[in-house]
Each structure stands twice: as structure tokens, then as C-alpha cells.
Design a protein around this ligand. Structure first.
Ligand code: KG4
Ligand code: ZN
Length: 350
């Protein structure tokens, strides 16, 4: 079975072809991040137009790289939400039209569910690792922080962010410090040479007894530090920062990693995590990967880290989630197949 995946929920246009074993034949990604860098964040209208321009070429390239034709495709999976509605509509409408025209089934995919199962995929052309339920998933990206328990056929939400997502905090802090967009990779690099224990920063908790995350207090604390230190947001060279600033960014990253680890630990103490699958753009973060791996070894928990090439938005993870969902519940009816900007993880597809 050959699955075609399409992803256009944010600033990456991606088309992939995978086998139902999870073996990735092609996973082509065209990013419009450069067009947004000027604004310090994704501009929805710019993203939607870029998808429209990039999708045909991305599609052709994906087929060519996989060495297949459209006639070989037996299932189409596309991101239907959550995300920017104008952006989603470009890829999703194309997917719906393709499935309809070819007479093959369509599966609408929740973007977060795509991330959630991505640690099982292997970038090197091997079949996916076997998925054993239940497992816990931590999805951390530019738009989300979600800790869930995944049972066979059911996703149970445990914690989510009340305000900013961790990637959003990285991006906003970087923008205000003149480090450009996206902020995660550059802060990750800076933090590697800093002392993360130097500055005490708030590790936010909503304070209502839930396991939810909160990152806006940390972001505000950083903005206050910037004011105090005369950081204006003017473009700076990340390699030429003062020791103080390097340590400040390292402490900021440490605060985010600590908040995530704390919640994972709480949930482990309560429900006994056997497998933790980390995913989303922030799963590329070196300190988060190292910290969770070390924690897993200590606790005897299997920690699955996604291949770095599969942490950011890509269509292979969408095709894979489509394949898993299709095996469980079959196709999405065409009349129910619609894109939506809001779609909480664990809610039904239609
Ligand atoms: O999953 P993703 O590609 O898009 C969303 O669905 O949001 O995640 C993008 C986010 C951005 O906020 C980016 O700054 C962050 O992931 N990110 C990182 C790193 N690489 C990307 N954050 C921390 N450390 C990184 N190395
Ligand atoms: Zn994403």
C-alpha cells in the first residue's frame, strides 16, 4: 500500500510518499520561513500564498524522488487541522481533489497526531518501529505543548499549555533579542556554550493543581531582563554575545526543559510511563533530548526521540498517522472531510 501525505498547516509545504510499513520513499519540504523572517513570525496570508506556489513543484518532486506515479497511490492523508485555515485549505483541498479524482480513500489527519507518532518513523529508509500501546506522547512545537496518553484507538489528553507554546516562547524571545526567526535553533546553539544554572527564571505552573504548562511568565521575565540590559531587538550576531547574555539564554532554555521534565515526572509517578515519545519542532532541542533520554535511563522508561529530520513539519508523519488511522477506522467520508483551524488532540476526525 502506497500512501500520499500532504501537509500545509503552517509555513512548510510538504508532500511525502510512504509504504504502510512506515518506510519513507520521499518526504519533500519547501519552507516559506524566509519570507516570514522579516516579520519575526508566520504571516498567515504569506504562508497561504507560498503553499499555493510551492505545492505543485513539491508534489512532482515527491513522486519523482519516490520513483512512483500518482496511479500507484492507494491512500491519501492530509492535514485538516489545527493550523492556519488559509494554509490548511491549500493542501487539504488538493488532497481531497486527488483522492476524489483517483477514486482512492482519504484520511483527514490531525497535525498533532502526525507529530505524536513521528518518533516511530525512521528517516533512513527503514520501516517504522512497531507501535505498542499504551504510550505517552509529549508534543512540543511552535503552536502546542501537549502531554497525552495514547491507547489503541484513543488519545487521552493529560496536560497542555495555558498560554504560549514552548516554540512560541523561543521565537518571541529570539525576536525581541534580535536573533531572528525561528528562535529555537539559534537559542539552542547559544545555550550550548552557556551556564543554564546561572539565572533563576520562573518555571511557570498555572497554580490550579492541574498538570498544565504555562510559558508566558517565563517569556515576560525574559523581556524584563532585556529591558534591564538594554537589549533592543536590533539584529545581533549570535556568536558575539556577552557571557551574561549567553548564560541568560542558557537559563531560559533550562527553564523550559525543566518545566517539561517536571510534568513528565509527575505523570510518571502517577500512571507509570513505559514509553515516552517526544515530538514537534522543539523536539529538535539538544538539551531537551539529552535531559529526557537521561531521565528515561534512570527511570527505566523507553524514551523515543524523533529523527531530527522529522521533528519539524513534514508530510511523512502525516502519511504515517493517516495509515495508522486508516487501519483502525477506515477512510474519512468526503462529506465530512473539512479543514478546521481548531482541532484538539483526541477529538474525532469529523
Ligand atoms: O512543529 P513545528 O515545525 O511547527 C509547528 O507546528 O509549530 O515547530 C516549529 C517550532 C518553532 O517555534 C521553532 O523555534 C522550534 O520549533 N524549534 C526549536 C528547535 N528547532 C525548532 N526549539 C528549540 N530548540 C530547537 N533546536
Ligand atoms: Zn507542527
Amino acid at each position: 500500500m502506497l500512501i500520499l501525505g500532504i501537509e500545509t498547516s503552517c509555513d512548510e509545504t510538504s508532500v511525502a510518499l510512504i509504504e504502510d510499513s512506515g518506510r519513507i520513499l520521499s518526504n519533500v519540504i519547501a519552507s516559506s520561513a524566509e519570507a516570514h523572517a522579516l516579520y519575526g513570525g508566520v504571516v498567515p496570508e504569506v504562508a497561504a500564498r507560498a503553499h499555493l506556489e510551492n505545492l505543485p513543484g513539491t508534489f512532482e518532486q515527491a513522486l519523482k524522488a519516490a520513483g512512483v506515479t500518482l496511479g500507484d497511490v492507494s491512500l491519501v492523508g492530509a492535514t485538516a487541522g489545527p493550523g492556519l485555515i488559509g494554509a490548511l485549505l491549500v493542501g487539504f483541498s488538493a488532497a481531497k481533489a486527488l483522492a476524489f479524482a483517483r477514486g482512492v480513500p482519504l484520511v483527514t489527519v490531525n497535525h498533532l497526531e502526525g507529530h505524536l507518532f513521528s518518533p516511530y518513523l525512521r528517516a533512513g529508509g527503514d520501516p517504522a518501529r512497531p507501535v505498542r500501546y499504551p504510550f505517552h506522547g509529549l508534543v512540543v512545537s511552535g503552536g502546542h505543548a501537549e502531554l497525552v496518553r495514547v491507547e489503541d484507538g484513543r488519545i487521552v489528553p493529560i496536560a497542555r499549555t495555558r498560554d504560549d507554546a514552548p516554540g512560541e516562547a523561543f521565537d518571541k524571545v529570539a525576536r525581541r533579542a534580535g536573533l531572528g526567526y525561528p528562535g529555537g535553533p539559534v537559542i539552542d546553539r547559544i545555550a550550548a556554550r552557556g551556564d543554564g544554572a546561572r539565572f533563576p527564571l520562573p518555571v511557570g505552573r498555572p497554580g490550579d493543581g492541574t498538570d498544565d504548562f504555562s510559558f508566558s511568565g517565563l517569556k515576560t521575565a525574559m523581556l524584563r531582563e532585556f529591558e534591564k540590559r538594554g537589549v533592543t531587538g536590533e539584529k545581533v550576531d549570535p556568536d558575539a554575545l556577552s557571557r551574561d547574555h549567553v548564560d541568560l539564554f542558557a537559563s531560559f532554555q533550562r527553564a523550559i526543559v525543566t518545566a517539561l521534565l517536571e510534568r513528565v515526572e509527575t505523570v510518571h509517578a502517577r500512571e507509570g510511563i513505559r514509553t515516552l515519545a517526544l515530538s514537534g519542532g522543539v523536539a529538535a532541542n539538544s538539551e531537551l533530548r539529552a535531559t529526557l533520554s537521561a531521565w528515561g535511563e534512570e527511570r527505566g522508561v523507553e524514551v523515543l526521540l524523533p529523527d531530527r529530520a522529522l521533528t519539524s513539519d513534514n508530510a511523512a508523519m502525516i502519511a504515517w498517522a493517516a495509515s495508522l488511522r486508516f487501519r483502525r477506522e477506515g477512510p474519512t467520508a468526503f462529506r465530512d472531510a473539512n479543514a478546521r483551524s481548531r482541532w484538539p488532540l483526541g477529538q474525532p476526525a469529523a
